[in-house]
Ligand binder design. Sequence first.
Ligand SMILES: Nc1ncnc2c1ncn2[C@@H]1O[C@H](COP(=O)(O)OP(=O)(O)O)[C@@H](O)[C@H]1O
Ligand SMILES: [Mg+2]
Length: 414
Amino acid sequence: MAHARAEEVDGQIATWLGKICAGLDLDRSAIYERHAHERKIRYYKTWTRAGSPPFPASDDSVWDTEQLDAWLLAGKRLVYSRPSEIPAEFPDVRRFVGQYGPISSAILPMWAGGRVIGAASFGRFRSPRKWSPQLLQRLEFALRVFGSAIERKQAEAASRLAQEELALTQRRSIMAELIGSLAHELNQPLGAIMSNLGGLARLLSRVNTDRALALQAINNAMEDTKRASEIMRRVRSMFKGNQTQKIELDLGDLVNDVVRLVTREAVERDVAIHLDVQRLLPKVTGDHILLQQCILNLLMNALDACDGKSDHKRITIGVARENSDAIALTVSDNGPGIDQGVARRLFEPFVTTKANGMGLGLLVTRSIVEQHGGKISCESNPDGGATFSFTLPAANRKSHGSQSSRGRVKGGSR
Ligand SMILES: Nc1ncnc2c1ncn2[C@@H]1O[C@H](COP(=O)(O)OP(=O)(O)O)[C@@H](O)[C@H]1O
Ligand SMILES: [Mg+2]
């Protein structure tokens, strides 16, 4: 259980609830989970002995569990050997037990670290049973193992969410880039249509035909053209940087966030990621999602590059002072290096050497970096592989000296 992967946690919990019940001769046990910061707990997993009496489903509002939830979330137990021992202050529990059982039960908080993240109940329907302090302690210990597994599972769900958020921003950045160039491209022909039609209108106005009709058609076309370019203008302004939120950020923290997101992928692809982040660097100013996106793009490219190698696949991410005004981030891999055929065009749209590549990652990354006042560059490493780096202006340009003696990563695996 302690080593279960996130997707195995549910199955493991069901198995172990069954084993605990069998070992203690119980009939039913259940785990309840606290959702985020709610003051309520909800049914999560259960084990029931075959032939046990029917029990109401968790979402049947048989009784108002608010009082018991609050009690458990405060870290307190509710334990009774027989129904007469249920404290009078829990009349709802008494009523419920009178109707459905169990005759004897231990309902315990489930801790993870210093927090209560849920609860568990262990019950017997057939006869009373004693719950010694030692047994309760052991059950709570088992619940801690459950709790940390559940927490691990939840952390993974949260990281998946962050990943989806990044993917969404990526799509938006790509769209912004595409629509930006679309608007730019379209405005020129639209302008030409306008002036051509204008000329035609003047010309026709000198000829003695159905001028009114011709003019009407031309005017309509002009109106449509204007409207089209107005739509373009609006679409473009929608995607301009005005929705980005610029705050002071620690580039090293951003790197850690992104590396955490791709750790699983790197392990699956057998790539070792090394960090070389100078400490106490000045912050940079920017939008954290967009800058994470940049780091992610370079890191994914480096992972892709490593696919072309059979072993010793290695990526080094460095964050260091570039000069007194700028911080540099470097992603260096020991893959095959930059393909000479595309080396000059890497930052152009749709340039890719990958079967499933879009050829937009570097374009988007450059656009974001430049939007933040930085520069992006790349080079081949002398001993193989490639290094992509970008710099960003330091937020507070004249203060802070770097405290680290570890040098800037300059390409190559170390
Ligand atoms: N770390 C790297 N090593 C070698 N080539 C790279 C690296 N990063 C990017 N490239 C080259 O740049 C191209 C464009 O990258 P990108 O714009 O991210 O698009 P995509 O990843 O979809 O191909 C890649 O197809 C690849 O040829
Ligand atoms: Mg890419």
